[in-house]
Design a protein around this ligand. Sequence first.
Ligand code: GTB
Length: 218
Amino acid sequence: MIPTITAFQNSPDKGRGMARDMPVRWALEEVGQAYDVRLLSFAAMKEPAHLALHPFGQIPTYEEDGLVLFESGAIILHIAERHAGLLPADPDARARAIAWMFAAKSTLEPTIVERETANREEGEKPWHAERRPILDRRVHTRLGELSRRLGEEDWLDGAFSAGDLLTVNVLRRLLSSGLLADYPNLAAYEARGEGRPAFQRAFAAQRQVFDAAQSSGA
Ligand code: GTB
């Protein structure tokens, strides 16, 4: 049985691959695992059938042979542990790659998402002009640290891993911000990730959902 993931029926990202089904699709493509996608409206995500799969009524979820998972990081770890290609075989290198997965989700992503959310939802507040540079500075701090660690390497710790997949996925959220421009090695790293054939297939698949919704007028 091939796994089924959930994704937005009509993603607010307009086909830019910013929703969190994108890294799950990318991981599945990297390991060569076919998958089905169940598309959900915002209303359906909050209905009991989906809440039984995802306690917070979000996407993505992952279903496979009776196993139900939520949280993109946990889903990608599951995929990486069951298929070759996303985690090294050496136990220490594997542990380090998993540490990078956690770093992407719990150290990099919150800083980047907080800045993005503030700009989107608090832009009209009188205090936003003061807060904005603080949030930018926090992102710059993390980018500077990541840039120093990556140096001139292609990937964070040897061969491409699920740690790189999640890190590149998080950096993609900064593409429209211009902040990556100060870190040429990170910009090149992000582009290197997007250049992978598996990324391209995943991107095209999510884009096709958006294009189909547009042409059906949904
Ligand atoms: N920590 C969870 C994970 O990693 O799986 C977070 C899951 C999550 O945030 N899901 C979002 C969701 O379901 C979609 S991806 N939101 C609906 C809800 O909470 O009711 C977040 C997202 C949405 C839209 C854009 N965009 O338009 O650019 C980018 C990212």
